[in-house]
Design a protein. Sequence first.
Length: 142
Amino acid sequence: MPRKARGRMLWGSISTSERVNRLSLKAALLYTWLLAHCDDQGRMSAEPKTIKGTVCPMRRDIRERDIEELLNEMEEQQLVKVYSAKATSEDEVDGLALQVLAWWEYQALREPKPSRYHPPDGWDKDKVATPRSRDPDSGRFS
């Protein structure tokens, strides 16, 4: 069963971002809506069928066949990176994935979980919570 994304913050500066405002209206809508569906590392499937069914299933004006073009617009503005993610374990996912490039500039997660997608080549910005240990004397977490 896929892990559900936790709540995400939509930062106010997104409305004045030059890169976001260079997108077409459909691409800007899709970009802002996909942020809520990314995992704790800012990744999700980039398969058009999955994006359509997950991010905008009720929008008739954003069709599955439009999504590749909309993702290309986002890539041109350096908002996302679309890449092929190859699973190396049962916990990982094969297929087309995307990475939100400014993820950590705007997300502050207390205990980020690892992604089920490999990062794109050259990406070194993953943040994963280290397991907390319980002090045997006090019973408190350190």
